[in-house]
Design a protein around this ligand. Structure first.
Ligand SMILES: [Zn+2]
Length: 542
C-alpha cells in the first residue's frame, strides 16, 4: 500500500516540460551538498518525496555516485565535490589529522584551519582554506572571467571552505551562534544580518515537535541503545528554547541556510550579471540528525521530508525570479544506522567497537610490552590514520610499528591495516569506484605528508562509537559502500529524465560542470572525468 500511495504522490508532482537541455551555459550554478545523504536513503525515500529532492531527481540522476576514498568524512567529502580531486591530490585526507612536527602543544590539525595563526587550535580554530591544495570550480570560473561571482553558504565551516576554496566573493557558515565568515575586507551583505536576526529569534523560542507524515509511522519505532538508558526512533525533532546546539539536528537549520542562500542570490543579483555565477550550499542538518538518532528512524523520515519541502520552496523562489540556473545535488558521504536497529533488521554483524580499540590503548600496551616510554601511537578513535610517536628512536619505531601491525591485524573488529609505505606504492585506481579494492580506497585518501604511519579500516557494519549514551549514536567515515555511495543529481529547467545506474565519482562533478559552462580545464590536474549525460551534451576531447 505504501508503495502505491508513494507512486500516486509522485504522479501528482507538477511535471516539467520534457525537452533537450539548453546548450547554453546557465547563468547560475547551484551546487548543493546534503551532509550524510547516502544513496541508501535516496533510494528508500525517492518514491515517497514530492518536493525539491523529487524535482531534482527528474533530471540526470546517478543512483550510484561515489565518494570513492576510504575516509568518508565531511571535509574530504566536500573537498572532492567542486575540485575534481581526490583527497590524495587535494590534501584533505580527513576532518582532522596530526602534524607531530608543529610547534604548538596541540598536535592535531583541523582541515579548515590555519594552524600558523597564533591562538588557533584544532578545536578552537581560525577558519581558512590554506590546506586545500587544488582550485575549486568557482576559482577557475573567476580566473577565466573576473565578472563571475563565487559564493558559499553552509551549516558547517568546512563545507563552505572546501566547496569555495581561495578568495570567494562571499562565504558564510554557522559558527554555533550565527552565520559567520573567515573573509577579511569583504562587505557584509544586508542578507546576513537579516538571517542572523531571524535565526536568533527562532532559537530563542522552543522548537515544537513536528508532525510526521503518514509514511514515517513505520520507522518511528523506539529502539533502546547501549545499556538501554537512551533510545532513538520515535523522536519528533523538538528542541528546548535557547538550545542552539540542538538546533543543528532539526530541519529548521537547513531551512535557515537555504533562506540565507536565497537572500544572497537576490541581494547580489547572482545569475543576472555579465558572467555565470556559482553558489555552493552545504545543508548539514541531515548529518546531525543521523549522528543523534541514526538513519533508520522516524527522525530521519521527518528530516528528509522537511528538506524535500524546503528545497522545493527554494527552487520555486528561483523560478519566480526568472533565473537561468542549473542545480547539482550531492552528498559529502553516506552513513549507517545505529547497530542496535540494524541487528533488529537482520544485519547480524552490526556492532559497536570495543572501548580498547584506540591508538592510546594499543600504544600503551605496546609500550609496556616493549619497554617504550611515551604514547607510542597517536590518533583519534578506532580507525583511520595512526601515527608513530616521533620521539621514538629509529629501531624502537620499527619495533613499535611491527607490534602495532600485529595488534591491529589480530583484532576481530579490524578488516585491514596499511602502512604508509604500502599506500605510497599502491597506484591510484583507474576502474570505476564500485570496483576499487580496500587498498585503493585508502590510497585515494593518502597524502605522504599528512597521512598516518598506519591506516586502520574496520570490518563492515562496525560502528566506531563504543558507548551511544555519551553523545553521537551513529556515524560514517568507513571504507564501506553505505558510507561511500551517494546520489548525484544534475537538473536544469526543461531537463529530460535520465536515470542512470552507472557508477561515477564525485570527482566527475567539476569537469562535468566545467563542460556545461564551456570552461577549459587541464585534465592532468584532476582525478575526475566529464560525464556525457543529459547534464552535458558533449565533453571536451582529451
Ligand atoms: Zn559530513
Amino acid at each position: 500500500m505504501r508503495y502505491l500511495s508513494g507512486m500516486l504522490f509522485a504522479a501528482m508532482v507538477p511535471t516539467v516540460a520534457v525537452a533537450q537541455p539548453s546548450p547554453r551555459p546557465p547563468k547560475l550554478v547551484i551546487a548543493i551538498s546534503v551532509d550524510q545523504y547516502s544513496a541508501d536513503l535516496f533510494d528508500e525515500y525517492r518514491p515517497r518525496l514530492t518536493g525539491g529532492l523529487a524535482r531534482l531527481a527528474t533530471g540526470t540522476a546517478y543512483r550510484n555516485g561515489y565518494q570513492a576514498m576510504s575516509a568518508t568524512e565531511t571535509c574530504p567529502g566536500h573537498s572532492t565535490i567542486l575540485t575534481g580531486a581526490l583527497p590524495s591530490r587535494s590534501g584533505i585526507i580527513a576532518n582532522s589529522w596530526f602534524d607531530l612536527s608543529q610547534t604548538r602543544s596541540d598536535k592535531g590539525v583541523y582541515c579548515a584551519e590555519d594552524e600558523r595563526v597564533a591562538g588557533s587550535s584544532s578545536s578552537k580554530y581560525t577558519v581558512s582554506p590554506v590546506h586545500l591544495k587544488v582550485p575549486t570550480l568557482g576559482e577557475l570560473m573567476k580566473a577565466a572571467n573576473p565578472a563571475s561571482r563565487s559564493v558559499a553558504v553552509a551549516g558547517k565551516d568546512r563545507a563552505a571552505v572546501m566547496m569555495s576554496g581561495q578568495r570567494p566573493d562571499q562565504r558564510w557558515y554557522w559558527d554555533g551562534k550565527k552565520y559567520a565568515t573567515d573573509l577579511a575586507g569583504v562587505a557584509t551583505p544586508v542578507s546576513v544580518g537579516a538571517a542572523n536576526q531571524a535565526v536568533a529569534a527562532l532559537i530563542a523560542a522552543p522548537g515544537l515537535p513536528l508532525s510526521p507524515p503518514a509514511d514515517c509511522a513505520a520507522s518511528a519505532r523506539s529502539v533502546p541503545l547501549g545499556d538501554g538508558s537512551v533510545s532513538v526512533g520515535g523522536g519528533r525533532l523538538e528542541r528546548a528554547a535557547g538550545d542552539a546546539r540542538g538546533f543543528r539536528a532539526t530541519p529548521a537549520f537547513d531551512g535557515m541556510t537555504l533562506a540565507l542562500a536565497a537572500r544572497l542570490i537576490g541581494e547580489m543579483q547572482l545569475g543576472k550579471g555579465a558572467a555565470t555565477d556559482i553558489i555552493a550550499i552545504g545543508l548539514s542538518a541531515t548529518d546531525y540528525v543521523g549522528h543523534k538518532f541514526g538513519t533508520g528512524g522516524g527522525e530521519m523520515c521527518l528530516q528528509l521530508h522537511s528538506l524535500d519541502r524546503d528545497l522545493g520552496d527554494f527552487l520555486r523562489l528561483l523560478d519566480r525570479q526568472g533565473l537561468d540556473y542549473a542545480v547539482m545535488l550531492i552528498a559529502d558521504h553516506g552513513g549507517e544506522d545505529v547497530p542496535e536497529r540494524l541487528r533488529l533488521n537482520g544485519v547480524s554483524a552490526a556492532a559497536r567497537t570495543r572501548p580498547g580499540l584506540t591508538p592510546a590503548a594499543i600504544g600503551k600496551a605496546i609500550g609496556a610490552k616493549l619497554g617504550l616510554a611515551g604514547p607510542v601511537l597517536i590518533g583519534e578513535g578506532a580507525h583511520g590514520d595512526v601515527y608513530l610517536d616521533t620521539a621514538l628512536k629509529p629501531a624502537d619505531r620499527r619495533r613499535a610499528e611491527q607490534a602495532a601491525l600485529a595488534a591491529y591485524r589480530a583484532d576481530s573488529q579490524v578488516e585491514a591495516v596499511f602502512t604508509k609505505a604500502e599506500l605510497a606504492r599502491t597506484p591510484l585506481p583507474t576502474a570505476t569506484p564500485d570496483r576499487w579494492s580496500l587498498a585503493e580506497r585508502a590510497r585515494a585518501s593518502f597524502d605522504a605528508q599528512r597521512s598516518g604511519d598506519l591506516v586502520v579500516l574496520l570490518k563492515r557494519n562496525i560502528t566506531p562509537i563504543p558507548d551511544p549514551t555519551k553523545g553521537y549514536v551513529a556515524t560514517h567515515g568507513s571504507a564501506w559502500d553505505y558510507d561511500r555511495r551517494i546520489p548525484l543529481l544534475f537538473w536544469r529547467p526543461g531537463a529530460r529524465p535520465n536515470d542512470r545506474p552507472d557508477a561515477v565519482g564525485t570527482v566527475d562533478i567539476m569537469p562535468t560542470l566545467a563542460a556545461m559552462l564551456g570552461l577549459a580545464i587541464d585534465a592532468s590536474k584532476i582525478d575526475g572525468r566529464c560525464l556525457v549525460s543529459a547534464a552535458v551534451a558533449t565533453c571536451p576531447t582529451r
